[in-house]
Design a protein around this ligand. Structure first.
Ligand code: HEM
Length: 340
């Protein structure tokens, strides 16, 4: 399941950011392979103790580094071609954004929006910003879906409640934009999964000036501060039954929990000026994907597998998440409501 959700979120972010269909759910390609090689390298570097890859010579002789450099070249070329192609279209059509109500049904990507907005940005800056979104918005959402499904597979009563909500709200059809805010329990399952499995599990900040943190912790200028979000989320000092999956701990009638309305106990997307810029997109994507999955599939954990965590930029499983799937029929009472 983890591999499938990773492919799904790669396909979604590719379309959303560049209008590029990786089609990784159904095909293999050198670009997809390059993306996975580069993502793996980025994650490995985030936890490597010695940044030996900063040394030019080593980058040219170590096989893993040679492979990673090649992968980055393939990705950069692909994105540069996409930017050039999109620029030509925007110029040929003389497209320019007027006001805030910009919608381009044929190409609703961020790339098209940015080019049509005619802001002066170099192609390299644009390429690298778009690639940051690809990296930040892919594995994170894939991991959320993986752990949410795992948690639901172990909690039949929460699963039944989520399925009932999906059947009631969707009435057997595909989700629409307006359904998202009605899928409150599904949303709380995702919030609760994000509480137990935060991505990334640790946040890092570097002090620009000397400071004293609450609790009288002195920090020197230049010192790194690591915030273990994972520990806060599982701390009994902060949460009742901290280790338990309880979606209803977040009131269904209240607002969707975030850093400000939980007094920073729950910071799924960080906070402040460097907060995740894809938070709304990510929640929408996860809710839609999970709702469709719950609506159409029955799933069961394959017995006797060892499901443990490996951490990097996100928390992922060490050996994958294996499930037995079968097609699910929408419950008759909801199906008949749908046909009315
Ligand atoms: C459920 C999925 C996601 C989670 C849990 C998540 C979480 C986060 C967190 C915690 C940060 C802050 C990191 C820090 O403070 O050091 C962050 C930053 C960021 N995220 Fe997300 N994210 C998700 C999805 C996305 C998506 C879909 C996109 C793009 C469309 C995205 C784009 C970004 C970017 C560009 C940053 C850096 C912002 C900056 O430094 O100014 N994220 N994300």
């Amino acid at each position: 399941m983890e591999a499938k959700f990773s492919q799904l979120t790669l396909d979604v972010i590719g379309l959303a950011v560049f209008n590029y269909n990786f089609d990784s759910l159904t095909a293999d390609s050198p670009v997809i392979e390059a993306v996975y090689t580069a993502l793996k390298e980025a994650e490995a570097r985030s936890t490597d103790l010695l940044p030996y890859w900063k040394i030019d010579l080593l980058r040219k002789v170590i096989p893993r580094q040679i492979k990673a450099e090649k992968a980055v070249t393939v990705i950069r070329q692909t994105v540069e071609e996409l930017i050039a192609k999109c620029k030509k279209i925007v110029e040929a059509e003389g497209e320019q954004i007027d006001g805030e109500e910009y919608v381009n049904d044929a190409d609703p990507s961020i790339l098209r929006f940015l080019l049509a907005s005619r802001e002066e940005v170099s192609s390299v800056q644009l390429r690298d910003d778009l690639l940051s979104m690809l990296v930040a918005g892919h594995e994170t959402t894939g991991s959320v879906l993986t752990w949410t499904l795992y948690l639901l597979s172990k909690d039949p009563s929460s699963l039944m409640r989520a399925q009932e909500e999906v059947d009631r709200v969707l009435q057997g059809r595909s989700p629409k934009y307006a359904d998202i805010k009605e899928l409150k329990y599904v949303t709380r399952c995702i919030n609760e999964s994000l509480r137990l499995y935060p991505h990334p599990p640790v946040l890092l900040r570097r002090a620009l000036v000397p400071d004293v943190l609450p609790g009288n912790y002195k920090v020197n200028a230049g010192q790194d501060v690591m915030i273990s979000v994972y520990n806060v989320r599982r701390s009994p000092q902060v949460w009742d039954n901290a280790e338990e999956f309880m979606p209803e701990r977040f009131d269904l009638g209240g607002p969707v929990p975030n850093e400000t309305n939980t007094d920073f106990r729950f910071i799924p997307f960080s906070g402040g000026p460097r907060k995740c810029l894809g938070d709304q997109f990510a929640m929408m994507e996860a809710i839609v994907a999970l709702a469709i999955f719950l609506q159409r599939m029955n799933f069961e954990l394959v017995p006797d597998q060892n499901i443990s965590m490996t951490t990097g930029a996100t928390i992922h499983t060490t050996n994958g998440l294996y499930m037995t799937l079968s097609q699910r029929q929408v419950q008759p009472r909801f199906a008949s409501a749908a046909s009315r």
